[in-house]
Every structure is written in structure tokens, then in C-alpha cells.
Design a binder for this molecule. Structure first.
Ligand code: HEM
Length: 110
């Protein structure tokens, strides 16, 4: 009888803890909502055509500053076509993980 009582007690304590965890609501403010927001139109300015401006590209909703790799992204570079826009499609095939590891997120795509 004592064993059954202990087992029920332990299970109900664990149930309460895990139950609460599972129902905890997601935070109202997500990381991307506190970053500077860019529209697709605004991103176009940062495609490397203007050497005085940084070069940005968007991947999975975030905007990365890829200026450090400008040899790839400026006009004539192998990946200029990825700059100044949301390039999630091609970057899911090749190169997306390089971008995520190598460059800093500076904004979010609206
Ligand atoms: C859909 C096609 C492709 C996409 C979207 C793509 C994208 C990328 C991206 C974003 C990078 C990282 C550049 C950086 O460091 O900022 C990269 C690196 C690289 N890619 Fe591609 N790539 C593609 C096809 C290819 C092909 C076909 C080749 C070879 C024939 C290639 C060779 C390379 C090499 C060698 C690097 C490393 C460059 C370095 O760090 O020095 N890529 N690629």
C-alpha cells in the first residue's frame, strides 16, 4: 500500500512539472522582431553595386552582412546573384551553412 502511495505521489509530481513545461507559452517577443527590419525593396540597395555600402543577403528570415566576402558578392563575383535579396532557395541547396557560420546577422526580413 505504501509503495503504491509513493508511486502515485512521484508520478503526480513529475506530471505537474512536465505538464507545466509543455504548456508554457512561447515568448511574445521573438529575436527577429527586435532586429532592424528590411523589406525586399530595401535589401536591393545592398547588392554590392555600390562599393560604399555594405553587402547584405537574406537567408531563412534573417539578413546577413556578407561584406567581408565581397570578392564573392560584388558585381563580377561568383555569387553576386545571391546578394541584395532573399536567397534562401539556392542557399538551401549549397552554401547556407557557410553563410550562417561565417557572417553576422544584422537584421530580419519583413
Ligand atoms: C546553386 C549553386 C551554388 C550556390 C548557391 C553556392 C553558394 C555558395 C556560397 C554562399 C558560398 C560561401 C561563400 C562565402 O564564403 O561567402 C560558396 C562557397 C564555395 N563554393 Fe559555391 N555555390 C554553388 C555552386 C558551386 C559550384 C558548382 C562550385 C564548384 C564548381 C562551387 C564552389 C565553391 C567553393 C570552392 C566555395 C568556397 C570558396 C572559398 O571559401 O574560398 N559552388 N558557395
Amino acid at each position: 500500500m505504501r509503495r503504491i502511495f509513493i508511486a502515485v505521489f512521484v508520478l503526480s509530481v513529475f506530471g505537474t512539472i512536465f505538464g507545466l513545461r509543455m504548456t508554457t507559452p512561447a515568448p511574445a517577443v521573438t529575436t527577429s522582431s527586435i532586429l532592424p527590419q528590411f523589406t525586399a525593396e530595401q535589401l536591393k540597395e545592398f547588392d554590392g553595386s555600390n562599393p560604399d555600402k555594405p553587402i547584405y543577403l537574406a537567408l531563412d528570415g534573417f539578413v546577413y552582412d556578407v561584406t567581408e566576402g565581397k570578392e564573392f558578392y560584388q558585381p563580377g563575383g561568383a555569387y553576386h546573384n545571391l546578394a541584395g535579396k532573399d536567397s534562401s532557395g539556392p542557399l538551401h541547396l549549397v552554401g547556407g551553412s557557410i553563410i550562417k557560420h561565417k557572417y553576422k546577422v544584422i537584421g530580419a526580413l519583413k
